[in-house]
Design a protein around this ligand. Structure first.
Ligand SMILES: Nc1ncnc2c1ncn2[C@@H]1O[C@H](COP(=O)(O)OP(=O)(O)OP(=O)(O)O)[C@@H](O)[C@H]1O
Ligand SMILES: [Mg+2]
Length: 314
């Protein structure tokens, strides 16, 4: 067994009646890694999390977590994992401090150990000052931060976060990113799911891209970007662009594709920066009025489009 690997998922299949939600997925997560499952709604991300939490039995395939098989040693696994579910699971009529104390007691903590753990976690998610407010007065982002704290009470070694930033304001998002990175620096292995590119780009050491139950790509962000090649996109907003300059741009070296959509011209090309001056020259010499022009380097959204032909966000 490779001791650097903490989670091994092999040929995982989950069917709900005739619907296959997870369709032969295999991957490994290394100890100390932040691993992301990225995919659109219904891709099968939460189903995988539920299986890896031992809440849902797989139809086929195997999952081994820190040497324990989910079918045989679920109790060992439950002790070392913390789970932040997609739906907030907190009591709205209790304060944040009371919620954490409640969950701590479920994990068998009490007395001074419970109190100090709750205070440390409140501090970690930056909500000590609001700890005695009822949850019903919390924003979505604050609730999610408390939900993360609740998953950490029993000091797990592996943390699953299912869509940690959905419905979260920018300030809480940053705080959540910091919390995940701090935990990871202290040795926590993290598996998170998201349909937000930004989460995957900012946090994950490796990213698995899922679509319709299948894993369609898995690599570091750098490795994934190499799949789209070296193309950049240049966006030009010019409401009255004429066919002449469009044809000239199409003939420029490195230009792969030019599409026009209601005054928006998108040019896909190799080494966009080098061609930008030439494109501006063509537009000015043809007296095209340009409202804006910018280069977009390929990102995970471009890759998803490239691999599936559809957008990540619905
Ligand atoms: N308990 C269930 N019974 C029947 N079908 C289910 C069940 N749970 C999930 N599914 C189906 O399995 C597919 C995958 O769902 P899943 O919740 O894993 O997707 P997801 O990637 O987490 O999506 P989202 O981004 O919306 O959270 C969907 O088509 C969903 O309808
Ligand atoms: Mg989900």
């Amino acid at each position: 067994m490779n001791t650097d690997v903490i989670i091994t998922v092999e040929n995982l299949v989950k069917r709900f009646n005739s619907h296959t939600a997870v369709d032969g997925v295999s991957f490994e997560i290394n100890r100390g890694e932040i691993f992301g499952l990225l995919g659109p709604n219904g891709a099968g991300k939460s189903t995988i999390i539920s299986i890896l939490c031992c809440l849902l039995e797989p139809t086929l395939g195997s999952v081994v977590i820190d040497g324990s098989d989910i079918r045989k040693n679920a109790n060992n696994i439950k002790k070392i994992i913390g789970v932040v579910p997609q739906e907030i699971s907190l009591y709205h009529t209790l304060t944040a401090r009371e919620n954490l104390a409640f969950y701590g007691k479920i994990y068998g903590l009490s007395g001074r150990a419970l109190k100090s753990r709750v205070e440390a976690l409140l501090d970690m998610v930056g909500l000590t000052e609001r700890a005695d407010d009822l949850l019903e007065g919390y924003s979505g982002g604050m609730k999610r931060r408390i939900n993360i704290a609740a998953a950490l009470l029993h000091e797990p070694r592996i943390l699953y976060l299912d869509e940690p930033t959905t419905g979260v304001d920018p300030q809480s998002r940053r705080r959540i990113y910091d919390t995940i990175q701090d935990l990871n620096r202290q040795g926590m292995t993290v598996l998170l799911t998201t349909h937000q590119m930004e989460d995957a780009e900012k946090l994950c050491h490796r990213i698995a891209i899922m679509d319709k139950g299948k894993l369609i790509a898995l690599d570091t962000q750098k490795g994934l970007m190499e799949l789209v090649g070296e193309s950049d996109l240049i966006h030009v907003l010019a409401p009255e662009i004429l066919p002449g300059p469009v044809e000239s741009i199409k003939r420029m070296p490195g230009v792969q594709k030019v599409s026009l959509d209601d005054g928006n011209m998108t040019i896909q090309l190799l080494r966009g920066r080098e061609s930008l001056v030439g494109i501006i020259d063509i537009l000015t010499s043809s007296k095209t009025q340009v409202e804006s022009i910018y280069i977009k380097e390929p990102d995970l959204e471009t890759l998803f489009l490239h691999l599936t032909g559809t957008k990540l966000r619905g």
